[in-house]
Design a binder for this molecule. Structure first.
Ligand code: MRU
Length: 365
């Protein structure tokens, strides 16, 4: 038997469902694009239990803060059926157990916890007055779908607000992937670029390849190319030089967690891009939905930073690129201080200048 990469499915076109639910609450499952195989292979995988969703999040098959939250919400629903569906109590207990498990998959993107909090609240609110466990499952599916639908709407709105900040013909640098693949659809940072392009502004994107897992090269370049937006791929260590050469007039990135003062965790390397942008007097924008803000954290120093497997650096994509036994440090995210961020682009509008008061006013309860 020959074992090779799975055969690519037909590419469904520009609008793709990164992660979704197939079937009814009673017997449905989670379907998601396996992003570890892109751009070479387009394959969707079906997850039928919590462990499969946990693994998909952990291994970055589904990734990007909002998409992780959506996957977890659907995953919690899968878990809600794990103890049988004979009683409301067993559905409630199983959902809470699944939610607790999914919270351990990745620590930095607050959207994961935000989405699971919503699922927990939904089951706690509905269970006491539900007599039918099947109706309770239907209600939980409605909540997970609402999380997905709201994200889709927030991304469109971010795109509209952000596009006004870009001028015609500008070079725009982005880091990692904050596109449709990282959200329900359309993206956050890439939404700004898509929206500007739809307005006829003909922007040119410089995509950092984003070591070590190459989300920029594999995913952002793929998304932009298939939408016909001009894109030039650069290595991460070229960003400052490209800025110095005058090729970039704005930077737009996504976020995994934004603290109450605006300090922003995003893919490792974002902080260096922000420093380079400041040195070249280039505006640095962070695009993110309200679900990415964590107002319980005073500043970015309390944001938990995920540490990942050293082999992502020493054996990226299967090739040994460092001597055996070498010490490695592999934080997956860094925190860009609010002072380096020109504006936060949210679905509720543009926050500028970035500061505690303005954030509380726009995002707070
Ligand atoms: O490790 P990843 O690929 O999940 O990291 C993703 C990012 O850092 C994105 O920029 C962020 O989640 C925003 S996605 C809209």
């Amino acid at each position: 038997m020959t074992v090779g990469p799975p055969a690519s499915e037909a590419d469904p076109g520009p609008t793709i469902e990164t992660v979704g639910w197939v079937g009814s609450a009673q017997d449905g499952f989670v379907r998601l694009i396996d992003q570890t195989l892109l751009p070479g292979t387009f394959v969707r995988i079906d997850c039928r239990d919590v462990e499969q969703v946990w693994e998909a999040i952990k291994m970055l098959r589904v990734r990007g803060a909002p998409a992780i939250g959506i996957a977890a919400a659907f995953g919690a629903l899968l878990g809600a059926r794990a103890r049988g569906t004979e009683s409301v109590d067993s559905v409630r207990a199983a959902l809470l157990e699944a939610s607790a498990r999914l919270r351990t998959s990745r620590p930095t993107a607050v959207n994961l916890f935000w989405a699971l909090d919503r699922m927990d609240r939904a089951v706690e609110a509905e269970a006491p007055r539900a007599s039918d466990p099947h109706a309770l499952l239907d209600r939980l599916l409605a909540e997970a779908r609402a999380i997905q639908d709201e994200d889709r709407a927030m991304c469109r709105s971010i795109g509209r607000f952000g596009a006004d900040l870009l001028g015609p013909g500008q070079g725009v640098l982005t880091h990692c992937n904050a596109g449709g693949l990282a959200t329900a659809d359309y993206g956050t940072a890439l939404a700004v670029i898509f929206s500007a392009a739809e307005q006829g502004k003909s922007v040119h994107v410089f995509a950092d390849e984003t070591r070590p897992l190459l989300q920029g090269a594999r995913l952002t370049a793929w998304e932009l190319q298939r939408r016909g937006i001009p894109v030039t791929l650069i290595c991460d260590n070229m960003a400052a030089q490209v800025m110095k050469e005058g090729r970039v007039q704005a930077v737009v990135v996504g976020a995994d967690r934004i603290a109450a003062n605006g300090d922003t965790a995003n893919k490792i390397g974002t902080y260096s891009v922000a420093l380079a942008a400041r040195a070249h007097d280039i505006p640095f924008y962070v695009a993110a939905p309200s679900s990415t803000f964590d107002l319980s954290l005073t500043d970015g120093s309390a944001i938990p930073i995920e540490q990942r497997d050293p082999r992502e650096i020493t054996h990226g994509f299967g090739l040994a690129t460092a001597p055996e036994g070498i010490q490695v440090y592999n934080p997956a995210f860094d925190v860009t201080p609010a002072s380096l961020i020109t504006a936060l682009i949210t679905e509720r509008g543009v926050i500028r200048p970035v500061g505690r008061e303005a954030i509380r006013e726009a995002i707070g309860p």
